[in-house]
Write a protein that binds this ligand. Structure first.
Ligand SMILES: [Fe+2]
Length: 250
């Protein structure tokens, strides 16, 4: 299993506070059967240049290098905030791709309206480069709750969709997360782990929940997608759109 979204590197964002906490998170990942973890610290363009960020990320990695448990592979990446205003250029976004892949994990505004320039920035990035935006934790955005059909529009545009493992465990969210899984609208999974306590990795529990709900086959399909992405292969996506009807997803 691959955890494509974590905040393990210390002192970079609101994730692990120190080396000891980073190590604790990684040990939990390994114990849960995760074989590879991507370090995706937040990148907010306004606060620092891409080069400064990459330099600080490398320093943070060096701090924990000897604390990474044996048998656990790791890669560098970033969770890049896009808002439609002063967003990083396509060149900058490419530099922030997950190591060894052409995928860039992007986070969109949670509660604000998604303006046209944000959608344009994403589609220009897809058109200008051979890189793929991966929309982080799709289940967390108000715009998606209002109009879930936007997810398949992102896929049509050339984006991939990441869901947090916690979504399969949350009482309010799990119905939506399973509906996405069923329709082929989940391509990557991440724990979005920030610490070893309140936002700790929960990959094994999410897998258990998916199998218990009868979505084992779909869960394994997502794992195959991630294996392919990490092997540098292209992923063939077949999905159905999702719509909201009253309190149900159809
Ligand atoms: Fe995150």
């Amino acid at each position: 299993m691959i955890d494509m979204h974590t905040h393990v590197l210390p002192d970079l964002d609101d994730g692990a506070k120190n080396e000891r906490e980073a190590q604790a998170i990684l040990e939990m990942e390994l114990a849960q059967g995760v074989q590879e973890v991507v370090f995706t610290p937040h990148y907010y363009g306004k606060k620092r240049s891409v080069n400064d960020f990459l330099e600080q990320r490398e320093k943070a990695l060096q701090k924990i290098a000897d604390r990474i448990p044996e048998g656990l592979k790791t890669r560098l990446g970033a969770e890049v905030r896009l808002t439609g205003v002063n967003d990083p250029s396509s060149d900058a976004l490419c530099k922030l791709a997950i190591e060894g892949t052409k995928c860039v994990l992007v986070e969109l505004p949670f509660t604000e309206r998604w303006n046209q320039s944000l959608i344009t920035r994403l589609s220009e990035f897809v058109g200008d480069t051979d890189y793929t935006p991966v929309i982080a934790h799709i289940e967390r955005y108000q715009e998606v709750w209002k109009n879930p059909a936007i997810i398949s529009a992102f896929v049509k545009m050339g984006c991939l969709i990441q869901v947090n493992t916690a979504a399969f465990l949350d009482k309010k969210m799990r119905k939506f997360a399973f509906a996405l899984l069923k329709r082929g609208l989940v391509h990557c999974l991440g724990t979005d782990a920030h610490n070893a306590d309140t936002r700790a990795p929960d990959y094994a529990k999410a897998k258990e929940a998916a199998y218990a709900a009868g979505y084992g086959k779909e869960w394994e399909r997502v794992q195959r997608h991630m294996d392919k992405i990490f092997a540098g292969e292209s992923v063939c996506i077949t999905c159905e759109p999702i719509h909201k009807f009253l309190w149900w997803y159809v």
